[in-house]
Design a binder for this molecule. Sequence first.
Ligand SMILES: [Mn+2]
Length: 286
Amino acid sequence: MRNIGIYYAFWCNEWDADFLPYIEKVKTLGYTQLEINGGTIVDMSHEDRMKLKKEADKYEIKLSYGIGLTEENDVSSLDEKTRLNGLNFMTKMIRAVGSMGGGTIGGTVYSSWPKQLPKGNRRLDYLNQSLKSMKVLSKIAEKENVILLCEVLNRFEQFLLNTCDQALDFVKEINSPNCKILLDTFHMNIEEDSIIEAIIKCGDYLGGLHLGENNRKPVGLGMMPWAEIKKALDKINFQGSLVQEPFVMSGGQVGQDIAVWRDIITNPNLDKLAKDSATYIKNNLA
Ligand SMILES: [Mn+2]
């Protein structure tokens, strides 16, 4: 049985949140994992981190961490000062997660988000900066029991890693057991020729999978070919976690960054949606 997780921001309009109450909540709703914001973890005190870890242990909830680096912390920046800021921030995050026992940090760990290629610039220059940074960060991750997951995003949100093929080249160049790929069905649906083939091609490099419907409703309420996706995961003997990342509410910074310009579901009962969806994932994907 694979771990089934959900991203806390399903319930939030802002990225910063108190994660503590979500641990019991997601357990009750049928999950074994909660994905939280790695940026918030950096700002928390050691005591608060330990409190969170204790609560997660109590409910047997695995914690995982997500981040889309800001422009100021862009580890792919052509500006060396900015890149070093980013390295410093990511190092703090890796050590903070390490102090909580380690785990995965996934998302745009290799660049900033959302970001388009600045006009007149070359993707390759940013890619090389990012590789340089990720080689350093992977070494730190190796010491802290942390796995960095480079998430492949669609073209409207990022320009460096849009396909599984690009991500494979990227992580092979980094060449660390603690740097892997995070695929997300929502993004793959836009960029890949075949979601199934991409998962199979990724093989052992696949460190995690984000589950997202085409419309980012909870899993089971869209058009994704989940039965085929499960077959692909079984074929590569995928042992990582399945974390769903639904977004249905407009408003706040989350609505802005995710481009939710309308309520995707009117007056949603979020807990019931999350619960039904956990059951769906358990029955169809885990
Ligand atoms: Mn994702």
